[in-house]
Write a protein that binds this ligand. Sequence first.
Ligand SMILES: [Zn+2]
Length: 184
Amino acid sequence: MRPIQSIIIHQSDSTFGNVDLIDQWHRDRGWDEIGYHNVILNGKEDGLSPYDPTVDGTIEYGRAISKMGAHCRGSNRTSIGICLIGKGNSINVFTPAQLQSLKALCSSLINQFGLSWLDVHGHNEFTSQKTCPGFDVKQWALEQQDKENNSVSASEAFKEMDEAWEEFKLTIKGMFPEGGSDEV
Ligand SMILES: [Zn+2]
């Protein structure tokens, strides 16, 4: 396995698409196969069919992660490329389901490759010539990190409350030994 040091987010710059279609586009450019490792669908797989909510947020697999991608000049060797289907300069061009899937996918890759949310970048961080993916991924990643930290500390707090409750029950039990005070 090649070393993975970062996750780079892209947009398809199209209002529809999927792995098969992008694979076709990239082969038309003379590439071996699709340059991205994952594609996250927005519910419109082609230009003709209506929006299909059942595929909104679907994570598709493109190039094998073990293979170097073709998505970010100078950074392909050690990165994973994820493409969101969508077009525009705002995070709002992507559906909530897509952003939810992006979060879950990044989270899982972060765990798998021992990365952190600081290793998640937008294509536009690597070149001034691209606005792709159209939003501030660094900011978005920090928000996801904060949410994760908050949910970890919340579950730790619940665990502490449980432990305190168990201790309290033991104390009460100690104060009233079984078969106790009725007899007196
Ligand atoms: Zn890009």
